[in-house]
Ligand binder design. Structure first.
Ligand SMILES: Cc1ncc(COP(=O)(O)O)c(C=O)c1O
Length: 405
């Protein structure tokens, strides 16, 4: 195997920004939550050491709170190619998806239909099923090819009709990495007037995103998956938020996007969010505004991660006792494996003892793993790479798996 993976990224420089890497562990658990660079931690800390009041007061510490909200929204807008005024921030993707599902359900009627997918994390399934049940809306399922873990987009032709109000679909599976053709699905959905809610939580750390190219009406991400603080965000296409009315307190703002955000925001985390997107924009040296630099960086990160993943996948395929779930043509560098005769928890404990942080179970891809049938056996073990992982870390994981008998 070659000693390196060709890349525009200066991976050593990047790794030097992560104080947490001094723990000496191999962190291939990024799909559950990534490490955070120094600049992000220090933006959060500096904000907490500064005078920051609530919004709307006639003094500088209140103006700073307004600025931080704007900085957080602008960061997400630059990341996904959206507008700051159409970005809703919240504690995590799950909470925001509940907010959005309840607000959208107010626009549905008995007899309407929605479509969810078997590939999705439960956070983009259960809120929709519960909202649909409350209103009497019929739910249809897009199914996964259980051999390849692809989500064929052609099936949406059958599932969609003029009663379909919403399609909820993932841009990438957090369990098996599959990246369905969301653009084609959104195109079909729009032909019948349905809205499209895209879960980009697992796609955002790995690929450049453009909300309008995807065709998402609402697109959800979680900054803690792309080296940021524990937050969630939903970016909307122009005009979508204006038509939705979530439950809110009487005196909280009525405008958009504020009316989707309950309570007092975590201003210090918004400072961290802005620093996160600055960090991503600087993964490689490039010219232009922050959006341009993010696109260049994410293209470079994607190419590097795919090189690492190829090495991981080809190595795992030589191990007769290890099986990979799925083989979709377009995947993030995220793999679920099972090991003959071993419970996934046992495998994960073995990896942890060797200094490897991975994940086991179904990672909330419950519908997918039930359909594949692995949940009865404890699910699988996930190895998820990020741009801060290295060739030697991949080889270390391969050696550990090879020695597991
Ligand atoms: C693909 C995907 N969607 C949604 C979620 C839920 O995100 P959050 O933890 O921000 O609620 C996760 C978290 O693991 C995920 O991987």
């Amino acid at each position: 195997m070659p000693e390196s993976v060709a890349t525009e990224l200066d991976v050593l420089r990047i790794r030097g920004q992560f104080m947490s890497l001094v723990d000496g562990f191999v962190h291939v658990d990024g799909a559950a939550g990534s490490l955070v660079p120094y600049s992000v931690a220090s933006a959060v800390g500096n904000t907490m050491r500064s005078a920051v009041a609530n919004r709307g007061g006639p003094f500088p510490s209140s103006a700073l709170a307004d600025e931080l909200v704007h900085a957080g929204r602008s960061a997400i807008a630059d990341l996904v190619g959206g507008e700051p005024g159409a970005v809703v921030l919240g504690p995590n993707m799950t909470s925001l998806t509940y907010v959005m599902s309840r607000a959208l359900a107010k626009t549905w009627q008995l007899g309407d239909e929605i479509i969810v997918s078997r590939l999705d994390h439960d956070a983009n399934i259960r809120p929709w099923l519960q909202a649909a049940r409350a209103v009497g809306v019929t739910v249809h399922w897009a199914e996964v090819d259980l051999e390849t873990c692809d989500l064929p987009e052609s099936q949406y032709a059958e599932l969609l009709n003029e009663r379909t109000r919403l399609v909820a679909v993932t841009a990438a599976s957090n369990a098996v990495g599959t990246r369905p053709d969301v653009t084609a699905i959104a195109h079909r959905a729009h032909e019948v007037g349905a809205l499209v809610y895209v879960d980009a939580v697992h796609a955002a750390p790995h690929v450049p995103l453009a909300i309008n190219e995807i065709g998402a009406d609402l697109l959800a991400v979680s900054p803690y998956k792309f080296c940021g603080p524990h937050l969630g965000a939903v970016a909307a296409a122009p005009g979508i938020l204006a038509g939705l009315h979530p439950d809110k307190l009487a005196s909280s703002p009525d405008g958009v996007p504020e009316r989707f955000e309950t309570g007092t925001p975590p201003f210090e985390l918004y400072a961290g969010l802005a620093a996160t997107v600055d960090y991503l924009a600087d993964l490689i040296p490039s010219e232009g505004n922050r959006r341009d630099r993010i696109l260049a960086s994410m293209r470079a990160a994607e190419a590097y991660e795919q090189g690492l993943f190829l090495r991981l996948e080809s190595g795992v395929r030589t191990l007769p006792h290890v099986s990979i779930l799925g083989s979709a043509a377009r995947r993030t560098p995220t793999m679920s494996i099972t090991v003959d005769g071993k419970h996934p928890r046992e495998v994960n404990e073995y990896l942890a003892e060797r200094g490897i942080c991975a994940w086991d179970g179904d990672y909330y891809a419950t519908e997918l793993f039930n359909a594949i049938g692995v949940n009865a056996e404890g699910g699988a073990v996930r190895i998820g790479l990020l741009h801060y992982n290295t060739v030697s870390e991949v080889d270390f994981v391969l050696d550990a798996l090879a020695a597991l008998r």
